[in-house]
Ligand binder design. Structure first.
Ligand SMILES: *Cc1c(COP(=O)(O)O)cnc(C)c1O
Length: 351
């Protein structure tokens, strides 16, 4: 991509337009078309995408927002930053919020649900949407890990009121710094997000509401326009790698299985085994690095102690935190490396 990225850099440099403008608009239009929504809007990062989505919905002090405790911390701090209270609901073995437990967590103060499409796999959105409709709640998708993921004919970002994406370098559509994206079909929400991300300004001089400064730089937008047309190929390569891991490991550890109606983008390929720590050690001794997403559930973080949760509140999340391993997965991974990862795990169970 070097030549195309350098051309994008030259184009932005010569335009002199570094904030907002045509590059951003071009990427936003392409991103909306890709996600299948009427609107897409670049913001500073994925966390701001969630935070601004909540602000656009009017979520604030006294409100509660239901989400999963098995996520990156930003899913929860953005709720707190908006002035509301995160209310956690346990996940199922697919790492995503358990729809069967959501209704019990709803109170008169509940305003929204944030399903997280963790590991690049869409949450059970049909059931979640039915619950949201019944109780008059908004849905903000945390799709930071799931750009391009499908459920039926729809992609993530088109499955709720607002879709929030991260363009952080480690995400499936990763830039050369921070970046974020919000998608929606709702014109009124789009109009208020345009102001919220730009100081609350209606135009150059008139400020309509108190806002924020959270924009996607023209340069990052130009880079994103180079990368977006390649995203589907990268995601399908990740699915192919996932298939190889599944075939090589399914008799040894629990591996993720796609439901027939879905297409995951495998931001992470997470295996489950009760011998997690030993296995990670053994893999490392054979030159294979792995990670845990996430070893400390959000409700057990020090920052969350005022929320009043305790160990034992979310048994599936807490067990998974002790049993999961994210294997290396990214499009550039080569056949020999994939085989080495599999061999390191096979070797552990043999010895
Ligand atoms: C990465 C991530 C975020 C935050 O995105 P940033 O761009 O890093 O702010 C939020 N939620 C989840 C699930 C993520 O993986």
């Amino acid at each position: 991509m070097r030549d195309e990225l350098h051309a994008a850099l030259d184009r932005v440099g010569e335009s002199g337009m570094y904030i907002m403008g045509d590059e951003l608009r071009r990427f936003e239009e392409a991103a909306a078309a890709y996600c299948g929504t009427r609107y897409a809007l670049g913001v500073a990062d994925g966390s701001d995408a969630i935070f601004l989505a909540l602000k656009a919905l009017g979520v604030g002090p006294g409100d509660e927002v239901i989400t999963a405790p098995n996520s990156f911390i930003a899913t929860a701090w953005t709720v707190v930053a908006a002035g509301a209270k995160p209310v956690f609901v346990d996940v199922t073995e697919d790492f995503n919020i358990d729809p069967a437990l959501i209704e019990a967590a709803i109170t008169p103060r509940t305003k929204a649900i944030i399903p997280v499409h963790l590991t690049g796999r869409v949450a059970q959105m049909d059931r979640i949407a039915a619950i949201a409709k019944k109780h008059g709640l908004h849905i903000v998708e945390d799709a930071a890990q799931a750009i391009g993921a499908r459920l039926g004919a729809k992609r993530s970002g088109a499955l709720g009121d607002l879709g929030c994406f991260s363009l952080h370098p480690l995400k499936n559509l990763g830039l050369y710094g921070d970046g974020g994206l919000i998608t929606t079909d709702n014109e009124a929400l789009y109009a208020s997000l345009l102001k919220l991300r730009n100081h609350g300004l209606r135009n150059r001089d008139e400020c309509e509401i108190w806002g924020f400064n959270s924009r996607l730089d023209s340069l990052q937008a130009a880079f994103a326009s180079v990368k977006l047309p390649r995203l589907d190929a990268w995601n399908s390569r990740c699915r192919e790698i996932a298939g190889m891991y599944r075939a090589g490991l399914k008799h040894l550890v629990q591996t993720p299985k796609d439901r027939p109606e879905e297409e995951s983008v495998y931001h992470n390929f997470v295996i489950i085994t009760p011998r997690r720590d030993e296995l990670m050690q053994h893999m490392l001794s054979l030159g294979v690095e792995s990670r845990v997403h996430y070893p400390i559930p959000i409700h057990l973080q020090q920052a969350a102690k005022d929320l009043g949760y305790r160990e034992g509140d979310f048994p599936v999340t807490e067990r998974l935190a002790k049993q999961m391993i994210s294997l290396p997965i990214y499009p550039e991974l080569e056949a020999g490396e994939i085989a080495q990862v599999i061999a390191s795990i096979v070797d552990f169970f043999k010895s």
